[in-house]
Design a protein around this ligand. Structure first.
Ligand code: AMP
Ligand code: MG
Length: 267
């Protein structure tokens, strides 16, 4: 049975129902990489038109546990497209200045300019995930945030921003292998953080926090996609396909020409 990629709005989501190793049909790595290249070519064209139109924007939100492949996905979907089209932001632990404002302040500042594709590597969802799991604010504060997030995303959509939210779903076993791989490879060790091991111990808490965020913020205006991510090639293909489809639906147009351009002679 094909696995649902985009659950219906507000339906309660149980991550155990979603297989992180899922692949559609008999797709293999070679075919997926070929399709990814086709997506890239289409995206390059669509991004050019989005930029020329200069009226709307796209926001790709990537969330997932450590090692789920947020960086790798960004590399895969942006390679081959004009870098000027992208505005990429990685959200780390908030700075003192950021903590001195509401939780959406730093997020709103990073939303894409018209004509661009914004990419969030982590996002405002951290404020109902890590913040909840580590009890960084009182319960009533993070609980109020689901509605605030839905309202904020509605504001963006009403302002011409198309939102594509992807949860990169990996298994606990796959995370162990990826953490081991980071330790084994001297060129990957910089990515390893002891903190990731502490986070791994809270795996079940994170699954629960993700289930609530995915269920409560899965709206008509900004739906969540649950991307099977144990296989990197499938993950990359799915996210690039979602981005391509969003842009195809938007169908950006070149702005109307100035009248009389045909008569112009450049001397
Ligand atoms: P990395 O993605 O490996 O660069 O790590 C970034 C770290 O920043 C992760 O541990 C996140 O959980 C953390 N982080 C991001 N946003 C927030 C936030 N709003 N509050 C607390 N920690 C955050
Ligand atoms: Mg990390």
């Amino acid at each position: 049975m094909p696995q649902l990629l985009t659950p219906p709005p507000r339906a309660p989501i149980k991550l155990a129902d979603f297989d992180p190793r899922y692949v559609e049909g008999d797709l293999d790595k070679d075919a997926a990489e070929q399709q990814l290249r086709e997506n890239t070519a289409a995206l390059a064209e669509l991004a050019y038109r989005l930029y020329a139109e200069n009226r709307r924007a796209v926001l790709l939100v990537l969330q997932g546990l450590d090692t789920s492949g947020k960086d790798g996905t960004i590399r895969a979907v942006t390679t081959g497209v004009n870098p000027q089209s992208f505005q990429i932001t990685s959200f780390k632990q908030p700075t003192v200045e950021e903590l001195d404002h509401d939780f959406l302040w730093r997020i709103h500042r990073a939303t894409p300019n018209r004509g661009h594709i914004g990419v969030f590597n982590r996002s405002h969802y951290e404020d109902v995930l890590v913040v909840r799991v580590h009890r960084l604010v009182p319960d009533d504060q993070w609980q109020a945030r689901y509605k605030l997030i839905n309202d904020f995303e509605r504001l963006l959509v009403a302002s011409g921003v198309r939102i594509v939210k992807c949860f990169l779903h990996i298994s606990k076993k796959e995370q162990r292998e990826r953490l081991e791989a980071r330790l084994a490879d001297p060129t990957k060790r910089w990515k390893f953080s002891r903190k990731d091991l502490d986070e791994r111990k809270r795996w079940d808490d994170y699954q629960r926090a993700y289930e609530d965020a995915l269920s409560r913020c899965n709206t008509e205006h900004a739906p969540w996609h649950i991307v099977p991510s144990d296989r990197k090639w499938y993950r990359n293909l799915v996210v690039s396909t979602l981005l391509r489809r969003a842009l195809e639906e938007m169908n950006p147009q070149f702005p109307p020409e100035e009248p009389g351009l045909d008569e112009i002679i450049v001397e």
